[in-house]
Structures are given as C-alpha cells and as structure tokens.
Design a protein around this ligand. Structure first.
Ligand code: SAM
Length: 218
C-alpha cells in the first residue's frame, strides 16, 4: 500500500479531495493511505509559532526550520523510507512520466506545503525532491501537492476502472495529447459526431484517432 503524507498549515484543505472519487476509491481498495500533519502542531511556544521574518530584510514571513524538521521527523517515524518532496516554484516541472514512475515505486512520499514568502532554506537538507506544478506562483503548496498526489494515485494498480484508459491518455507516451471523443447523442444542436466514429470500422477509427492526436509542446 502506498503511504502518502502531507505537511501543511491547512490540512483541512485536503479533506474534500481525499474523500472524493478516485482518491476515496483508492483508499477503500487499500491502494493508498493518506496522513496529514498540521504544521501548527509542531509550532514553537504558547502561540505555536511557525514563521518568522527573513534575515537580511525583505517582505513577508518564512516558515521556520524547527517546526518543519519536527514534522518531517514525525512523518518519517510512520514511514522511515519515505521520500520527502518540497513544493516550490523552483523545483522540477511535474510530468506524467514522473507520476507514472512514482506510482510504480515501492516508497511512500511526504509532501511539504510551503506558505507565506517561502521557507528557511535549511529545510532543503531533508528533502529528496523539489517539484513545481508550473511557472506561476500560488499562495501555498497545498494545491500543487493535491495535483501531484491525484496524478500518482489514479495510476496505482486497480484504482482506475478501465486499466487501458491510463495507457491512451494524454502524455502517456511522453508526447501526444488524447484524440477528441464523443458520446450519445450522435447529433446535438446541429453538431454531428464524425461519421467514422459511428461506422464500427475499428481500423478506420484507429487511424482517425491517430490523426487527431496532437503533439504536446514539451
Ligand atoms: N516567494 C516564493 C517565490 O517567489 O518563489 C513564492 C512563495 S509561494 C507564495 C508559497 C508556497 O507555495 C511556496 O513555498 C510553495 O510551497 C508553494 N508554491 C507556490 N507556487 C508553486 C508552484 N508553482 N509549484 C509548487 N509549489 C508552489
């Protein structure tokens, strides 16, 4: 069973996602176990402080190292071989091939969700992978972590209903996007489903689909 843990100041953000659709099904079928750690629980002093001002000046606050180290150590107690993944716009761009590789690997993952202006750089000494979901800045690492976790979990064995569907999805061969698809009715508001898809001629359908698969940019 894949163990996936999250360290976040807002763990409640994951409730809906982990209780819905494939994420829920994956847990029910024993393919994955989720555990969320509230970073606030590891905060310092009576106010459970987790952030502080940056040395050298600058706007905003940074996540302090002590609570982050304590949270990662607690997560490692539960899963000692887990890899630690830091959500950061500086990280490697997330790709379908990485989702596939991580879904096939034996290890679990601990996702650290940053907040505010970022984190004390010393946390990087605990981290195995730094990952970005794209060249834009979000308010926190929770949405990136949800995106990445979803892309991994749906590929775990037995989670997707039609096993073949993952193999023909966009990016699954590293470069093409899925062909257009249609369902009933065959005509809707004057828009018709291409004749070839109604023909029942499998070779021609396959050819049409190949011709209508797009090349991805990167
Ligand atoms: N000051 C940082 C910078 O300029 O790179 C941005 C900090 S952002 C407001 C707060 C946190 O959100 C980050 O530490 C990171 O954990 C997360 N985050 C924001 N954008 C992200 C992205 N594109 N990919 C992954 N994580 C992201």
């Amino acid at each position: 069973m894949k163990k996936i843990q999250v360290i976040s100041l807002f763990p409640e953000m994951f409730d809906g996602v982990f209780r819905t659709s494939m994420m829920w099904k994956a847990q029910k079928e024993g393919a994955v176990e989720f555990r969320c750690h509230n970073l606030r629980d590891y905060g310092i002093g009576p106010r459970q402080q987790v952030d502080d001002t940056p040395y050298g000046g600058g706007d905003g606050m940074l996540l302090k190292p002590e609570p982050l180290f304590a949270a990662v150590e607690a997560a490692k107690e539960y899963d000692p071989t887990a890899k630690v993944v830091l959500m950061t716009p500086r990280g490697a761009r997330w790709k379908q091939a990485t989702a596939q590789a991580w879904s096939e690997s034996e290890v679990g993952y601990i996702f650290i969700c940053g907040r505010y202006e970022g984190y004390d750089e010393r946390i990087v000494s605990l981290v195995n992978e730094q990952v970005s979901v794209g060249d834009y800045v979000l308010t926190g690492g929770e949405l990136p972590a949800m995106t990445i976790i979803d892309s991994i979990v749906r590929l775990l064995p037995g989670v997707l209903g039609g096993e073949a569907s993952a193999e023909i999805e966009s990016f699954s061969d590293g470069e093409t996007l899925e062909f257009p698809q249609y369902t009933k009715p065959a005509e809707f508001r004057g828009m018709k489903v291409p004749d070839v898809l109604l023909s029942g001629h499998h070779a021609q359908i396959q050819k049409w689909r190949q011709e209508h698969s797009l090349k991805a940019d990167s």
